[in-house]
Write a protein that binds this ligand. Structure first.
Ligand code: 6MZ
Length: 319
């Protein structure tokens, strides 16, 4: 290998990668959504959802925070509304990460109950975990897969949050490693989840939080409340006042870049905050999941990219 050669797409694909911030329903490919749609449409010609490939043709990436969350409620959740399809979509997501060269994956999902189709939270979770198990037995030890259960701010009540934490605790032996707070950052009061997250941490689960994604969710009160939950990692981390940045650095928290939102859809108004390389900055390894972006932004040489995985292994295990 010529270590000075610039990074190419095939090189980064072949490189073993760590993915720490991937929402299950947000990782289903357009093609897979189209297949699900085609199947539903063939069974019911009146199925009232438009073809995902027409709504989102290849290459269309023009989301804003106003339109982004509707893609889930108006399209993806209408398509993935039974357990068989959930298993199909989950398997497709795992196959895609695997063929992209991901070798350590922490997938996150909100275990959604669907009263209309009589699906309970537990059935949702069991289906995802069973699909992961089947995938792992089929592919051997090529990709480690763990699950993070997410609360949906603005939609998950404090009582429901405790139910999700119960599920996370009881499914630790099956590979649930942590809990997350996600959802539309302009909605909800995050303080209602304090007790639920405290219980999750007391049971040894890792805690990651969507943090300062928008100016609205970058208010000091909210950031202070989120930091008081003692998170291990933070996602997005865009609209952060300087004193809060200093606190994050002091605590050595891991930063997760969301590849699809922050890189692909460029939902980074306000600028993505990466001080990891600065003197006294955060532990460098957290950057592994952003190596693709890094490579294209600063045209790192192959050798510098190759140095990252060895450092990162430590951090992945450090929930
Ligand atoms: C701008 N980026 C983001 N910020 C916050 N939450 C996000 C997100 N992208 C996705 N989600 C959350 O993940 C759910 C989909 O996956 P699951 O159905 O759980 O597998 C969405 O409903 C949303 O709540």
């Amino acid at each position: 290998m010529d270590s000075a050669e610039q990074v190419s797409e095939s090189f980064t694909k072949a490189l073993p990668k760590v993915e720490l911030h991937a929402h299950l329903s947000g990782s289903i490919s357009r093609q897979c959504l189209h297949e699900i749609w085609k199947n539903k449409k063939s069974k019911d010609p009146n199925f009232p959802v438009e073809d995902p490939l027409v709504l989102m043709p290849a290459g269309k990436v023009d989301y804003t925070l106003q339109t982004f969350f509707q893609v889930f409620s108006k399209l993806i959740y209408q398509l993935c509304n039974d357990l068989e399809i959930l298993a199909y979509a989950t398997n497709s997501v795992l196959e895609d990460f695997h063929s992209d060269g991901v070798r350590y994956l922490e997938l996150r999902t909100i275990p959604r109950a669907s009263p209309n189709t009589n699906i309970t939270r537990e059935e949702y979770l069991t289906t995802v975990l069973d699909t992961i198990s089947t995938f792992k037995s089929r592919t051997g030890k090529q990709m480690s897969v763990f699950l993070i259960l997410a609360l949906d701010r603005g939609n998950t009540t404090a009582t429901e949050a405790q139910e999700i934490i119960d599920l996370a605790i009881s499914n630790k032996p099956r590979g649930v490693v942590g809990v997350d707070l996600c959802g539309n950052p302009t909605q909800g009061d995050v303080t209602i989840y304090r007790d639920a997250f405290a219980r999750a941490k007391a049971h040894g689960l890792g805690l990651t939080l969507h943090f300062a994604e928008t100016p609205a969710s970058g208010a000091r009160d909210e950031l202070a409340a989120l930091l008081s939950f003692q998170p291990d990692r933070l996602g997005h981390v865009i609209h952060v006042p300087d004193d809060v940045k200093a606190e994050i650095v002091k605590r050595g928290l891991g930063l997760e870049l969301c590849m699809s939102c922050n890189v692909h859809a460029k939902l980074i108004d306000g600028g993505f905050w990466i001080t990891i390389l600065g003197p006294g900055g955060m532990r460098i390894a957290r950057l592994l999941c952003v190596q693709m972006m890094w490579a294209s932004f600063v045209a790192l040489s192959r050798m510098s990219i190759c140095l990252l995985p060895s450092i990162s292994g430590l951090i992945v295990l450090s929930w």
